[in-house]
Write a protein that binds this ligand. Structure first.
Ligand code: IMP
Length: 196
């Protein structure tokens, strides 16, 4: 069975392929010739994941899954949320986004926040969604050099180090994305078991 992961990132693709049942061949957007920018115009994280999955299913005719992630900060009424990638502007700069977040959180007492990932899976014409959350808080200043995006400002609950200080393996175990992919994999493995 062929399954598209709506990403151009070969590293992400390999990582997930290694975890999938052997009968599933994972394809990237590049593999299916989808080079255009898929519109991400929905007002919610789940909406954008669904938009991406439906776009590929309808135009390319594949079974497909797409992920979308946002950082939701309590004191900012859930911002940057669905706008996490373009918080500081359309240039989608991780450095600018992080700087704007910390500036908007200057002097704010309530620093609670969460990362939320949604995966939308379009399989045999049916749509399934999976969600994973990592709770934590926003630091006063960036700490750590690992990871990407808002990682240097995110202190996961129960930890004394930010996402940018812990290893990639450890982050995967506790992160929003890790938890969401775990659910997707469980679902696909269960289906593969039932089909055999
Ligand atoms: P995407 O949906 O994976 O493209 O992520 C949307 C935005 O959230 C981008 O600006 C990312 O940099 C940021 N982001 C997503 N996942 C993480 C994460 O695990 N750590 C830090 N930032 C993230």
């Amino acid at each position: 069975m062929k399954l598209v992961f709506a990403t151009h990132n070969q590293h992400k693709l390999k990582e997930i392929q290694a975890l999938l049942p052997k009968n599933i061949q994972l394809l990237s957007l590049t593999d299916i010739g989808c080079e255009e920018d898929i519109p991400e115009t929905a007002p919610t994280i789940e909406g954008n994941a669904i938009l991406k999955a439906k776009y590929v299913a309808e135009r390319y005719g594949y079974d497909v899954f797409a992920d979308d992630t946002g950082l939701e900060v309590d004191a900012l009424n859930g911002a940057p949320g669905v706008f996490s990638a373009r918080y500081a502007g359309q240039q989608k700069s991780d450095t600018d986004n992080l700087a704007l977040l910390l500036s908007n959180m200057k002097g704010v007492q309530n620093r609670k926040a969460q990362f939320r990932t949604v995966i939308a899976l379009s399989l045999d014409g049916a749509l399934h969604t999976f969600e994973g959350i990592a709770r934590g808080s926003i630091t006063e200043a960036p700490i750590g050099g690992n990871g990407f995006g808002y990682d240097p400002a995110f202190l996961p609950e129960g930890y004394t180090q930010t996402f940018a200080q812990i290893s990639a393996d450890e982050k995967n175990r506790i992160s929003h994305r890790g938890k969401t992919f775990e659910q997707l994999l469980r679902f696909l493995k269960e289906r593969a078991r039932n089909a055999s």
